[in-house]
Design a protein around this ligand. Sequence first.
Ligand SMILES: *[C@@H]1O[C@H](CO)[C@@H](O)[C@H](O)[C@H]1NC(C)=O
Length: 338
Amino acid sequence: MGSRWNITNIHLPNEIHFEEINNRTNQTIVTNFILLGFSDNSDLQVLLFLSFLAIYLLTVAGNIVIIVLVVTDLHLHIPMYLFLGNLSCLEICYTSTILPRLFFSLLTGDRTISVHGCILQYFFFGSLASTECYLLAVMSYDRYLAICRPLRYTYLMNGRICFWLLAISWMTGLLNISVITSLLFKLLFCGPNEIEHFFCDIAPLFKLSCSSTHLVERVNFIFASIDTLPPFLLTLISYLCIIINILQMKTKASRQKAFSTCSSHLIVVTLFYGSLICVYLLPETNTLKELHKTFSLFYTVFTPMLNPLIYSLRNREIKAAFARTATKMVNVTHSLSL
Ligand SMILES: *[C@@H]1O[C@H](CO)[C@@H](O)[C@H](O)[C@H]1NC(C)=O
């Protein structure tokens, strides 16, 4: 085992107390982790590589189509679709923090990642994930206003408010995770160094560290609550109001129309929070360990891929915009070939 650990002597950060150093004079500092990922079987690695590659390409292509439609089609220049465009941008970045690194290790078999690289991956993944929570909440608030306050909608959701809601979403995650990340960089790791996961999440880092993780775990708990609880409650309350409102509508047609504008978003939100809750709130017993990894795939890999599919299959406006753009492109290529 020992030979697999890449052990190097590095300078200890100044903040460490002498007492702490004395305690581990006979210990070595780990500078690389091993991300165990999915399987050791090399045939399976190829299969996994191909499936993840297909998923990644589908995710990027689908989300780029949504962004292009939202930016170029004037019918879609309303808050709901500006949020959707921003969500698509976010999801491309979000999967890109995880999948390319996974491709590399599936292809080369090299599963080591430097401690700093690991913390950086957590930084990008964590800040984008909490931005996603806030953005999904903003989108459900937008649907709440449109369905329950239709007369005041344009007043309550104007361009400036829209901009600020997006700015707050992008900033909150970034600020919170920066604080946690700066604390993580001060942790020392003395081995073992194997992480039973396919990306660097924060819980394994706590478990592997040989410094005291008391403070950073507390800070993490507080910030993780700030990043997930308010957006989750906002989303939940918005949808409760929406559902109550829809149930009270007089005609079946109006009920269907109202529901059709929020159903895609509701599916996306349910998938995202459902898997998050399964991963972070269920206790980590041995039988649940493999399930943890599988559920992690949902919110890291599957939701970003499904998002554009759900919207393009269920949303009439997106379908119409797609048809318009496709017709335009066919016409252009036609006139070029003449
Ligand atoms: C994201 O939101 C901003 C601010 O409302 C908007 O100007 C921009 O077009 C959106 N981006 C996309 C890709 O929809």
